[in-house]
Write a protein that binds this ligand. Sequence first.
Ligand SMILES: O=c1ccn([C@@H]2O[C@H](COP(=O)(O)OP(=O)(O)O[C@H]3O[C@H](CO)[C@@H](O)[C@H](O)[C@H]3O)[C@@H](O)[C@H]2O)c(=O)[nH]1
Length: 342
Amino acid sequence: MTSLNGATVAITGGTGSFGSTMARRLLDLDAAQVNIFSRDESKQDEMRSAFDDPRLRFFLGDVRDQDSIENAFVGVDFVFHAAALKQVPSCEFFPDQAVKTNVEGSRNVINVAHNLGIRSVVCLSTDKAVYPINAMGMSKALMEKSAQAFARNNPGSPTTVSITRYGNVMYSRGSVIPLFVRQLREGKPLTLTEGAMTRFLMSLEESVALVEHAFFHAEPGDLFVKKAPACTVDTLARATAKVFGIDEPQIVKIGMRHGEKMYETLLASEEMLKATDQGDYYRVPLDARSLQYSVYIEEGDTSAPEAEDYDSNNTEQMTVEQAAAMISSLPEISRVIAEIKK
Ligand SMILES: O=c1ccn([C@@H]2O[C@H](COP(=O)(O)OP(=O)(O)O[C@H]3O[C@H](CO)[C@@H](O)[C@H](O)[C@H]3O)[C@@H](O)[C@H]2O)c(=O)[nH]1
């Protein structure tokens, strides 16, 4: 199989922002069947009626429960694993829950895929997994490690496990752009945590293309990172206001939230050293050195070269105009503007 045409694909967390965008893309690519696996029956119901496509199948379950995963994975060729606890504050308050879903749940997904001989599993990760300071990022970092350890320890597996790591996806559920839009519509000031904070910005549509690439081209344990521009939160607030014709928005400063960083890193300098530049993204191959204890201790990497990391401060920085152009191209923004005009 060299394309997704005619393929059966399972998406864990399939009702989320990423999962449902991927589902739409797969249907457009003529996938034979797309299995949506998630916990929330009402979101499944909404998605069922919004898509109205018999190729979508819905499976209730939880990545913490292997039996429920198996149900959804029988006959599947590819898995996109997007199910996660991803809110920084909730993981901060309930870190053990983040471990159960993001670490143990991911391991279950990989194990079931391996047992069923599924061709490829792509695990969704985040820049918050790099030099993590909050429980969400730490649990995602462990998910990445466990995916890589699977690849290292199971060279004969029929299943290629890889990782795609992204920065902030614009307009994803619960994120800051829809919040700014709501505040603008209600005539309220924009709440700014810390104006100088920077974030990578990318759209869901461009992000899912990398998952497709990983399905077909990943070597076991590969990590793919989508390159993206960034901007400060102040620029982001002004750009969102500009899209609605407001040049000087009212802004209140609320201060940094629990577990936040001033900037995010998509690739650590150590990863950057091994990365190959593939145009729109970087590929970091698995470090497949034997972890046999003496080799690990006595034969480190002697080259000790230097590299910079790839972070939201040293990537391309957008101006208000550039960020506004990016925001106004989002389908959600067109919908809001059409609603306002009604
Ligand atoms: O009222 C607010 C809320 C947020 N921010 C700032 O806006 C930026 C983006 O915030 P948000 O959209 O909440 O995203 P993050 O907290 O950066 O996390 C998102 O982006 C990650 C990828 O980096 C994903 O993994 C997470 O699931 C997702 O919530 C941050 O600098 C916030 O400090 C404000 O200025 N005002």
